[in-house]
Design a protein around this ligand. Structure first.
Ligand code: FUL
Length: 603
């Protein structure tokens, strides 16, 4: 008997027994690779930013930091790994090379690396030490290799591209398995460039020869997910605040997106009509900056705030990449590690008890026995509830063991068959009627995981009404929870200090600078600027004086990374007695725009 015959007879037998051996629903493209599914299941992992910037109090090193500055006194990658593990995270991505070009591993290809620093007499290797710590603690390792390099004299020439690829090969062959390779899209143009100190423009789409770099990754580390604005493995979520929009498709029209994509807003919800599976990764730092600054020791994101981000990243069909700015000693700061571990405990507590495990789930449509709604709570990733072909809307009714407080619903689509759901609604039973639960966000997509928070209701029944989908429904997980508190904390996006600014009249000068006039001469020691959506300053000059005609420059510099991370910019200078403060943008992120601000002031 050949295989086909056997299958036919088996089917006949099963259907005569009343067990309809239904076929699985046809997949709907775009589809993830098995590596992308495994990557998405990691859910949370850590980022580490560390390098000369740590010692020079900078976010974007110019590429000229002396090698002697890199000398952490107690660097301990096991301390990082332990913290990350205790925070429930599954891996860590390290800035092997940031934009300043300094290499945290003893690369063959430049002198500008750990090899020529006083740290461990030049015998250290941060990448190697972290790889060993990850192995010991069961974490995955990922690496960030900045394409933009403000150090190398030959940046901008074809030689640099060879250099970049050679370093990539080195990193991918020396440190064991790599789960993610991070290609950053930022490029501010100017740099040290071997002393040339000039602005260099490259074509971000073509210069680095990404297709070749990708082939190298596929060859040496086939499981590695390649991050960039447009993937191909996973995409930037379009902000550095750590969240995706509630509506979040794991697709992109991949040919349109390139590193430094200017419609980054679209990355927050993906392209519903995208042709390629490129899921979102939500990255943010536990502090305002990516690198360590002592001045931010009091600005570590609170556990409440981080919890909110978890729900808006993992709970919005993304992964959560949380950065720890390792400090000058070479350690994760105790406040940062405490908050990260408490975040984990908090999530564990809020989503500990799936009330459905003591209740029941009924579906208004089932494709057949093997696709029953029971699969939603069996804990098996690969069994799922599915509806019959042509059925793209259905209700799931959840009955709990007793009436009780609830305020979270978790849903998971079986993404190996594609992302499908376009709209749903959650209702609860109140007496004889079904009422909608009160949510703060739209209920549209589900994807790998969607966690809906709503105002606490006491009920015995809930109903998820899936209203629209790209095909038959395929869901492999569902949960109902009570977070433990009926109160929803209130969140704001700002982590800046709430200390008031000095009262000032603010005007613009004829040449476009911003002039602040205080009511009298007084001591001023800092300037603060929260950029607006457009008109972002890239470089600044601050001048002070007792009259607008006689101003003296007290600070100049760069607002590193302001394009992607438009947070409050704080500039501190030697305190001066002054009445006038002039802020001039000496360079704009988008050339030609007048400078604009949301908030501006001095203290
Ligand atoms: C950005 C960079 O410019 C920042 O410095 C940081 O590395 C962040 C994660 O990505 O684009």
């Amino acid at each position: 008997m050949n295989r086909l015959h056997f299958a036919g007879i088996a089917l006949l037998l099963l259907s005569s027994l009343g067990i309809c051996a239904q076929e699985a629903p046809a997949p709907i493209a775009p589809l993830p690779t098995p590596h992308q599914v495994a990557w998405q299941q990691l859910e949370t992992y850590a980022f580490i930013h560390f390098g000369p910037n740590t010692f020079q109090d900078r976010e974007w090193g110019y590429g000229d930091a002396p090698l002697s500055c890199f000398n952490p006194s107690r660097l301990d990658c096991e301390q990082w790994a332990k913290t990350i593990k205790e925070a429930g995270m599954k891996g860590v991505i390290l800035t092997a090379k940031h934009h300043d070009g300094f290499c945290l591993w003893p690369t063959k290809y430049t002198d500008y690396s750990v090899r020529n620093t006083p740290w461990r007499d030049g015998k250290g290797d941060v990448v190697g030490e972290l790889a060993a710590a990850c192995k010991k603690y069961g974490l995955k390792l990922g690496l960030y290799l900045s394409p933009w390099d403000r150090h190398q004299a030959f940046y901008g020439t074809p030689l640099y591209v060879e250099y970049f690829h050679a370093q990539l090969r080195e990193l991918l062959s020396q440190y064991g398995e790599i789960f993610e390779v991070w290609f950053d899209g930022a490029n501010g143009g100017d740099g040290w460039y071997g002393g040339a100190k000039e602005e260099r423009r490259i074509d971000r789409r073509t210069y680095y020869d990404y297709p070749r770099a990708h082939r190298l990754v596929f060859e040496l580390q086939p499981q590695a997910i390649i991050f960039s604005d447009g993937g191909p493995g996973c995409r930037w979520v379009g902000n550095e605040r750590g969240y995706a929009y509630a509506t979040n498709w794991s697709f992109l029209r991949i040919r349109e997106v390139y590193p430094g994509y200017d419609r980054s807003d679209e990355l927050q919800s993906g392209h519903p009509d995208g042709d390629t599976w490129v899921p979102s990764e939500c990255n943010t730092s536990i502090r305002p900056g990516w690198f360590y600054h002592e001045s931010e020791d009091q600005k570590v994101k609170s556990v409440d705030y981080l919890t909110d981000l978890y729900y808006r990243s993992v709970g919005h069909n993304g992964t959560f990449l949380l950065n720890f700015p390792v400090d000058k000693e070479g350690l994760i700061h105790p406040t940062d590690s405490a908050h990260a571990v408490q975040l984990y405990q908090r999530i564990q507590k809020e989503l500990k008890d799936n009330l459905l495990l003591r209740g029941s789930v009924k579906a208004s449509n089932e494709r057949g026995k093997s696709f029953s709604a029971r699969n939603l709570t069996d804990g098996n990733y690969d069994t799922y509830w599915a509806t019959a072909d042509g059925v793209t809307a259905a209700d799931l009714t959840f009955t709990l063991a007793k009436a009780q407080n609830v305020n979270r619903v978790l849903l998971q689509e079986y993404i190996p068959l594609g992302q499908r759901v376009r709209a749903f609604l959650i209702e609860y039973r109140a007496g004889n009627q079904w009422l909608p639960v009160r949510v703060r966000e739209e209920n549209t997509t589900i994807g790998y995981k969607r966690i809906v928070r709503f105002q606490t209701v006491k009920t015995k029944q809930l109903r998820v009404r899936i209203l629209d989908s790209r095909g038959p429904l395929c869901l492999n997980g569902a949960g109902v929870f009570y977070s433990g508190t009926a109160e929803e904390p209130i969140f704001s996006d700002d982590t800046e200090s709430t200390q008031p600014f000095k009262t000032a009249d603010i005007t613009k000068t004829a040449d476009g600078a911003v002039l602040l006039k205080l009511d009298r001469v007084q001591v001023v020691s800092s300037f603060h600027y929260l950029p607006a959506k457009t008109g972002k300053a890239a470089n600044y000059e601050i001048a002070v004086g007792r009259s607008p005609q006689e101003l003296k420059v007290v600070a100049t510099g760069e607002f590193s990374n302001i394009r992607n991370n438009p947070i409050m910019q704080d500039i501190y200078f030697t305190p001066v007695n002054t009445q006038y403060i002039r802020f001039r943008a000496t360079r704009m992120v988008n050339e030609g725009e007048p400078v604009e601000y949301q908030k501006i002031g001095v203290r």
